[in-house]
Design a protein around this ligand. Sequence first.
Ligand code: B12
Length: 317
Amino acid sequence: MTRGRDTSTHTEAVKSKAKGLGFDQCGIASVVLADPDDNLGRWLSHGYHGTMGWMAKTHAIRQDVRQKIPDAESVVVLAKNYYSPRPEKGPDEGRIASYAWGRDYHRALRKPLRRLVQFIDKLEENTHSYGSVDTGPVLERTWAARAGVGSIGKNSLALTRSMGSWFFLATVITTVKLDADQPAEDICGTCRACLDACPTGAIVEPYVVDSNRCISYQTIENRGEVPEALHKGHGDWVFGCDICQEVCPWNRFACETEETDFLPREGHANPNLEGLRSMDEETFNREFEGTPVRRAKHAGMTRNAKIALGNVGKTVD
Ligand code: B12
C-alpha cells in the first residue's frame, strides 16, 4: 500500500472511531506552529490571563505541540455537544453556566479519549500520541479552527453552524500522518452581539477576552475578592457565565445533547441562592462531587452566592 493510501485509510478509520466513541465532530490539522502571529503572547503581555499563571508558564509549548511530541504530524480535534435548555428559573435562584450542570467533562471524556489514543497508536508501529481535554498545554480553539471543527467567534469560542458553541473540545497530538481538513472560516461577519451583551465588558475587542473582567474567570478561577466594580455585572451568575453564548445567533440552531452525563442535576442549573450562601463545606463537597463546580471551592461559591444575593435585592450580612 502506498503512503498516501495509508494516510487516507487511517484518516477515515480515526474519524469513524471518534464517531463510534460518541464524539459529535472530528477534524484533523497538520502540525505547524499553532499561533504564528503570537496572539497568545499579546494576550499574556496585557495580563488578560489574570492569576492563571499556568497559561504564561506553558506559552512556548502551547505555541508548538512538537515540544510535547517532537515528531508530531497531526492534531486530531474532537467536539462533544453538551447543550440542553436551561430549566425555568425562580426569583430566589441563581445561575450556573450550562457546561457545569452535570458530570465533569474532564471525567466524562477521559475514557473515550483514551480509547481513541490507543486506537491511533495501533495504526502504525512506533507511534505515539498525546490526548487531552482542557487542561493540557494545547490551544484547543486554534486547532479546532485549523481542523475545520469550528470557527473562532468574536466571544473567542469555537462555534459551528450545527452546534453553535455549546460543545467541549479535546485533542490528540499524534505522530501518525493523517489527511488535514480545510480550516474553518469566520462566520461572525459584522455581528457584535456578544461584545455588546457582556455586562462586564470582558470582550475588549473582537476575539479577545480579558479574563479579569470575565464573570466566568471571576466566579471560577479567582481565589480572592471579586473587584467591587464588577459585582453588579455578575447579576445572578454564581458559577461561570453563558451570556456571550446565549446572544450568539448561531446558538439558535443548537440541538440537545444525547449525552445524559451533561443534563442538569437537580438544583444545579439554578441553585437556590440562600441555600448556596449558607451551605457548609462538607455539604458543598458532597452536593457538587464529580461536577465542574467543585473547582470554585466552597469559599468561592459562597462568595459568589453573596454577590448574586446582593444583585437580586436580598441583603446579606
Ligand atoms: C483559560 C481558559 C479560560 C479563561 C480565559 C478565556 C479565554 N477567552 O481565553 C476563562 C476562565 C475566562 C474561560 C472561560 C470560559 N471557558 Co474556557 N478555557 C480556557 C482554556 C484552558 C485556554 C484558553 C486559551 O488558550 N486562552 C488564551 C487565548 C489567547 O486564546 P484564545 O482565546 O483561544 O485565542 C486564540 C484565537 O482566538 C486567536 N485570537 C486571539 N486574538 C485574536 C485576534 C484576532 C483579530 C483574531 C482573528 C484571532 C485572535 O488567537 C489565539 C491563539 O491562537 C481552554 C482550554 C484549552 N486548553 O484551550 C478552555 C476553553 C476555551 N473554555 C471553554 C469554555 C466552555 C469556557 C466558558 C464558556 C465556560 C463558561 N460558560 O463559563 C467560558 C467562556 C468565556 C469566554 N468568552 O472566553 C471551552 C470552549 C469550547 C468552545 N466551544 O470554544 C474550552 C476549549 C475548554 C474545553 N476543552 O472545552 N476559559
